[in-house]
Design a protein around this ligand. Sequence first.
Ligand SMILES: C[S@@+](CC[C@H](N)C(=O)[O-])C[C@H]1O[C@@H](n2cnc3c(N)ncnc32)[C@H](O)[C@@H]1O
Length: 280
Amino acid sequence: MTIKEFKKSAISELSNFYPTKEAQNITILALQETLKLNSIELFMQEDNELYEDSYEKMRNIVNRLSHYEPLHYILGYAYFRGKKYIVNEHVLIPRPETEELVEWVIDENKNLEVEILDVGCGSGCIAISLDLEIPLAVVCGVDISKEAVYISNKNSEDLNSSAIFKIADFRDEEHDLEEGFYDIIVSNPPYILKEESVVMSKSTITFEPKRALFTESVTETYYELAIFAKKYLRSSGCLYLEINEFHLKDISDSLLKAGFQKLFTKKDLSGKIRMLKASL
Ligand SMILES: C[S@@+](CC[C@H](N)C(=O)[O-])C[C@H]1O[C@@H](n2cnc3c(N)ncnc32)[C@H](O)[C@@H]1O
């Protein structure tokens, strides 16, 4: 069987479970990763034979995809700002909109000597990117999940980053962190309400960690996060947040109530307000 023939039959099979465009995208990405080819190489080699070991690997991937397992968990890695991060069921798969949040922090701080704290580090993608791309930054990440902290530390080591990670719950009163120490606190917290899950993919709902996605109250999550940030930021510091575009007003009110005074929003590439910066 040629690569092209396999591709066609896999897309047709996966179209029973995913919208056709997504079935095409995940099949092509799975082939690229399995055959270690970039998109142009794959296109040029489509008439080549798909050899038995690659065929077996691809069959296994397609079977798992048809049970809605996300491709990045099957592969065991995902890319963020061009770097390869280990991911598993304990960490959120890094999203493109989070790359835009990181870009914002880098743009505004790339030549500064800054202490940065990433709250809810997951795979470590935000903290490690900031550590690698802001040369004078010292970066720490925290997460409530010990499994996420383990993955973050592993990614940091594999990517030659100096970012360090530890366990902490931002809702607690005490943490192993220095008060008034950080110039920047950045976070992509869980911000989806259970009732909003109707528009989410079955893959995300079934496989990604609930604690990374959902909150009982967006207002409370951002208020608690803001109280935490106020304690650990310098008075001149900044809080950068990824936000749920549907709750901008509630999130802004939470930050103001916690004592932040200046708020700036930023749109993502699709024109949605998905980022917010707050200072004291
Ligand atoms: C949306 S994920 C973000 C992961 C990663 N920063 C990213 O952008 O891909 C939110 C993360 O916050 C963590 N988290 C949830 N509640 C927390 C809490 N109370 N304190 C610290 N971390 C928390 C979750 O375990 C999860 O890793």
